[in-house]
Design a protein around this ligand. Structure first.
Ligand SMILES: [Zn+2]
Ligand SMILES: [Zn+2]
Length: 300
């Protein structure tokens, strides 16, 4: 069965509606990953509101969903109180931590609905919303194997790898990979080896490429990478498709096109077959898994 990945929010830091951002989208981080009956939602930025409305139109059956959070900065949780399926009694949602007892994301999500921040309390959500953890589930959600890696970001952040058979999707937002000063800009940049291994061979890498090199020089330590740096990660990890993600709030659609063009020149200069795009709200990708037929000889 196929794996579907849909972008519901691609912007970083703060929603940016307007005529200059409508093509790539102004909603903050939210990604839907589906395989058979399994629904995984990565982050609950403002994009999750529209995902919720869409889910309610798909069928009358109860919805079960699994929420994975990179971290709890506002742009990754602010949409959750507007996620309509959470207000319906028949639905169930699991908020996954890493280990038994790791309920940090559950607590922070419910905390943002305290009355100082929001008029409706978490207890008003009628769906069954539980704290769960990946380790107890054998690092699997349905048939999707889930791995995580800590990322360099103020306050901490998690990257996720979601894999079904040979299909691998990596969600790597809010990830700062420093640019070494001493090397020519055109050279491939050194990468943390564990990050390269984590990303290796991904069909789709959704990667933080918020800045240009020049912007990064001004904002080092803010927790995000230059688009050229994430291109270099993707090249070295032999990724097939990199979707730049967490677009800077000031970046217009036209400027994002220019950024993608510059990234493609860099992949060509390094003779890499990598495809580079910028993640665009509303776009869905479909990946066909190819299970081995029963009785077939295993590939040596
Ligand atoms: Zn963010
Ligand atoms: Zn962040």
């Amino acid at each position: 069965m196929d794996v579907f990945v849909k972008f519901w929010g691609t912007r970083g830091s703060i929603p940016t509606p307007g005529e200059h951002t409508h093509r790539y989208g102004g909603n903050t981080a939210c990604i839907e990953v589906r395989h058979e009956e399994t629904l995984i939602i990565c982050d609950a930025g403002s994009g999750i509101r529209e995902l919720g409305e869409d889910l309610l139109t798909r069928s009358n059956l109860p919805i079960t969903g699994h929420l994975l959070f990179s971290h709890c900065h506002w742009d990754h949780i602010q949409g959750f109180p507007f996620f309509s399926p959470a207000y319906r009694r028949e639905n169930r949602f699991f908020i996954h931590g890493r280990h038994p007892g790791d309920d940090r994301f559950y607590r922070l999500l419910s905390g943002q609905m305290e009355s100082d921040y929001f008029p409706i309390g978490f207890q008003a959500l009628r769906a069954e919303i539980s704290s769960s953890d990946l380790e107890t589930a054998g690092n699997r959600i349905g048939q999707v194997q889930v791995r995580w890696i800590p990322l360099n970001h103020p306050g901490g952040c998690l990257g996720y790898s979601l894999q079904v058979d040979e299909i691998k999707v990596v969600y790597l937002t809010d990830c700062e990979i420093p640019i070494p000063n001493e090397r020519p800009r055109s050279e491939l940049r050194p990468m943390p080896p564990d990050l390269v291994e984590f990303v290796r061979g991904a069909d789709l890498l959704i990667g933080d490429g918020q800045y240009t090199d020049e912007e990064y020089a001004e904002r080092s330590g803010w927790g995000h990478s230059s688009c050229f740096t994430v291109v270099d990660l993707a090249i070295q990890a032999k990724v097939k498709h990199l979707a730049l993600f967490h677009h800077d709030p000031v970046r217009s659609d036209f400027e994002l096109d220019e950024l993608v063009d510059a990234c493609r020149l860099r992949t060509e200069a390094h003779q890499s077959p990598l495809t580079v795009t910028a993640a665009r709200e509303g776009v869905e990708y479909r990946y066909a898994t190819q299970p081995i037929p029963p009785g077939a000889d295993p590939v040596p």
